[in-house]
Each structure stands twice: as C-alpha cells, then as structure tokens.
Design a protein around this ligand. Structure first.
Ligand code: CTP
Ligand code: MG
Length: 219
C-alpha cells in the first residue's frame, strides 16, 4: 500500500507564546517540525510526507526539508489537513500527524499503519487517563464539582491518526469546523475508529512546560 503522512504545522502556537510559530521553535538544535519529519522517516513506514505550514513560511520550510512536499495551511487545523489531502493523490493509507508531537516513537507509526492495513478504516493511538477527572460547574469565586467522571473507559488520544483514503475524504467532506482531531470528524459520519496503544513520548508540545520537557528529553 502507498502510505502518505500529512503533517499539520500551520498553527501559530498561541498557548506556547514564542515569537515564531510553534513548528519553527528550536528543539535541541533543529526546529520542532524538522524533528517531527525525521521521526516519520525513521519510523520506516516508507511514506510520502506532506507538510502544511503558514503562508509566509513555505520557502523557509522547503529549505529546511528538501524533498518534502510543502503546502499552505488554513485558519483551522482541519483546513490545513484538507490542504495536505489535496497533495496526497496517490496514497491508499493516509496518516495525519501533528508537527507538535515530534518525539512520537517509531512503533506508534507502525501500529497505526498495521491496524489500517488489517482493515480498520480509522485508527488512533490512545493512552489510559491517570488523573482523577471531575466535571465542574462555574461559580462566583470558585468552580464547584458536579461529579467525578469514571476514567476507566476514557483514553487520551494522540496522533498519528491513520485512515483509508476513502474514510479520510469522507470525514472531511462536511466539516463543521469544530473537531480537534480527524477521528472526531470520522466518528461524526459513522466511521468506526479503532484504538491502538499510544506512547507517552507522543505527547503534544502545547505549553512552555511541554517545551521544557521536550528539550530535556532531547538533551
Ligand atoms: N495546525 C495547523 N493549522 C492550523 C492550526 C493548527 O496545521 N490552522 C497544526 C499545528 O501546527 C499543530 C497541530 O495542528 O502541529 C495541533 O494543533 P495545536 O497544538 O493546537 O497547535 P497551534 O494551533 O499552533 O497552537 P495553539 O492552539 O496554542 O495556537
Ligand atoms: Mg490550536
């Protein structure tokens, strides 16, 4: 099967709060985006890689990543994924992997691709939730707890998320614009989503705390 990986890297990284967009922030001597793409290549899934970046960074990205297809992203993550999708014409299996998860181990890519090849239309890596979860209600001076949520059946889901080409196209065909991941769009059109084991190293760099951890891990 021909495998493609779309790497959404067109966000601005508001929660990280650095001067440059998140994917272009340094992580141990190269950008988060370069580290992420190296991880995909090292995973050995022999994939065609499409990187989606902000309009003003296309030329810079082509310099950083020679041989990788680079396209312009949109205002929302799902628009960026659709821009990447247009560049994946020949692929039967398509993974979507956030640039912001540059330390994802090779095995996770392998598990996701294998599960799609085994017949699952949509596959996500998931981890059990370790914290005690409480649903809260707003309050005047402090939120109050409405209930403790049973965490046992919950999974924290990451990327790469893998799809058959048909499933990903269908998922993105009528997007309301609110989903935070591609599997969420797939679920809404009735596609069954399989969960394979994720890995803690697949965490997303969202805040300064995450960037600190990532920099410690690569140093
Ligand atoms: N992304 C994208 N296009 C967008 C928004 C997000 O390609 N319009 C990408 C980001 O670059 C990132 C991934 O989607 O690799 C996950 O999004 P997130 O962690 O939310 O990154 P940002 O949107 O950049 O961060 P923030 O929400 O804090 O601004
Ligand atoms: Mg965002």
């Amino acid at each position: 099967a021909r495998v493609a990986v779309i790497v959404p890297a067109a966000g601005s990284g508001v929660r990280l709060g650095e001067d440059s967009p998140k994917a272009f922030v340094d992580l141990g001597g190269s950008t988060i985006l370069e580290r992420c793409v190296s991880g995909i290549i090292d995973a050995g899934i022999d994939a065609f890689v499409v990187v989606v970046v902000p309009a003003g960074l296309i030329a810079r990205t082509r310099q950083l990543l020679p041989g990788v297809t680079v396209v312009e992203g949109g205002a929302h993550r799902s628009e960026s994924v659709r821009a990447g999708l247009e560049a994946c014409a020949g692929a039967d299996v398509i993974l979507v992997h956030d640039a912001a998860r540059p330390l994802t181990p090779p095995e996770v890519f392998g598990r996701v691709v294998d599960a799609v090849l085994a017949g699952h239309e949509a596959v996500v890596p998931g981890l059990p939730v370790v914290d005690t979860l409480k649903r809260v209600l707003p309050g005047a001076d402090a939120e109050s707890v409405a209930e403790t949520v049973d965490r046992e059946p919950l999974r924290a889901v990451a990327t790469p998320q893998g799809f058959t080409r048909a499933a990903l196209l269908r998922a993105h065909a009528d997007d309301a614009g609110l989903a935070t991941d591609d599997a969420g769009l797939a679920e809404r059109c009735g596609i069954e989503v399989a969960v394979v084991p994720g890995d803690p190293l697949g965490f997303k760099i969202t805040t300064q705390w995450d960037l600190r951890i990532a920099r410690m891990l690569v140093s």
